[in-house]
Ligand binder design. Structure first.
Ligand code: DGJ
Length: 374
């Protein structure tokens, strides 16, 4: 009885057995990261929008176990003013219970990103969408829109990328649905292992779009960057003025380099790119690149990680690179340390981006704070 009283008093005083809120003044990559309710942040494969001096973090709401890699809830949103402490803003986009909806519960909904359109004053969300029950064969994007940053977002449609449009850098051979035998020795012509020319094959229906990110340039022009052509090529797509569609202008980059998890940022007029290789949920060595224009030409800069575990990107995979407001040349690498066997327990690896010898690098840090940028 005495012991029970003691436990009761302890749990009332210290919140034992219940979630406890915590205040942070630094980043602790890989550790549990609790929100204002004391619950581990649930925003995987995420991205951040800065709006009116507040950061909004959108990401995949995962649930427990292996099944939790599928979408049972939707896109979760958190807000923060200091980047350390995050307030739960709830579910911004909910999956549907309607079996005919492309975002029906148990679809695969990954890597959501939100951008703000100054002309329409709408918040626009894009994400990688795989219709329920079809594995990763759909290779589509989902598009949603909201009047308020935290939502609710209204699902608009699901589509493949750029149907019936050829890239700016199209070659005659791409227009063949199947690569002809006489082209077998032509260099730089990607051939899918199934010997189908993927660009030509997918022309009518639209190109693959799996891992993706969004980017808004200084002039307000929006871009969608995705793994396409069976993850073998990155497509860089311009968006329409309202950000609700592909404008139709796009290029193929990193042909045959097989990249996932694209992230992009701009510094001193140069565009920097980061991505991973393709090894499912298992981490691999990251790639980096630079270009004078978002359209390229892109020059690869190698693995940006330099410390032990650089071959696994410190056991993480890129999802976004965040410019820190009010600080010059301050960017944060946001990565996911996936836990596919218990998806909800995935961890966040945030590290400062450093610049060295005309490239950017990432060093491992157990703990760090924003004073590093001063
Ligand atoms: C790697 C991708 O980067 C993730 O977003 C996810 O699609 C996994 N593959 C699934 O295996």
């Amino acid at each position: 009885m005495k012991r029970m009283m003691h436990l009761l008093v302890c749990s009332l005083l210290f919140g034992i057995g219940t979630a406890t809120a915590q205040s942070y003044d630094s980043f602790h990559p890989g550790e549990l990261w609790k929100d204002n309710n004391g619950v581990h942040i649930n925003a995987h494969g995420g991205g951040i929008l800065l709006y009116k001096n507040t950061y909004y973090w959108f990401g995949e709401h995962k649930t427990e176990g292996r099944a939790g890699n599928k979408a049972h809830v939707g896109v979760h949103c958190y807000s923060s003013r200091d980047l350390y402490n995050w307030k739960d803003e709830g579910i911004a986009l909910r999956v549907s219970d309607d079996p005919s909806s492309p975002i029906v519960r148990e679809c695969i909904l990954e890597r959501p990103k939100v951008i703000y359109n100054k002309k329409t004053r709408k918040f626009v969300m894009w994400f990688h969408l795989e219709p329920k029950g079809a594995g990763y064969g759909g290779a589509m994007v989902g598009i949603a829109q909201a009047d308020r940053v935290t939502g609710p977002y209204t699902f608009i449609r699901a589509t493949r990328a750029t149907p019936k449009m050829w890239p700016v850098d199209v070659l005659p051979v791409h227009k063949q649905p199947v690569k002809p035998k006489y082209m077998a020795d032509v260099p730089n012509v990607y051939e899918h292992p199934d010997s189908v020319n993927t660009l030509g094959r997918d022309f009518e229906k639209g190109q693959h779009s799996r891992d993706m990110t969004l980017y808004v340039d200084d002039d307000g022009r929006g871009y969608h960057i995705c793994s396409s052509e069976s993850n073998s090529v990155i497509h860089i797509n311009e968006l329409t003025d309202d950000y609700l569609d592909f404008s139709g202008k796009y290029v193929r980059a990193f042909v045959g380099r097989r990249m996932e998890a694209p992230a992009i940022f701009k510094k001193d007029g140069l565009y920097y790119f980061m991505a991973s290789g393709c090894t499912g949920w298992r981490p691999n060595a990251a790639r980096s690149a630079v270009a004078p224009s978002i359209w390229g030409p892109w020059t690869e800069l190698g693995n940006p990680c330099v410390d032990a575990e650089s071959e696994t990107t410190y056991r993480s995979q890129s999802t976004y690179i965040l410019p820190v407001a009010g600080k010059k040349n301050a960017f944060i690498y946001m990565g996911d340390r996936w836990r596919p066997e218990n998806a909800i327990d995935g961890r966040y690896i945030w590290l400062p981006i450093e610049f060295e010898d005309n490239r950017f690098i990432l060093r491992w840090r157990e703990k760090w704070d924003l004073s590093i940028f001063e």
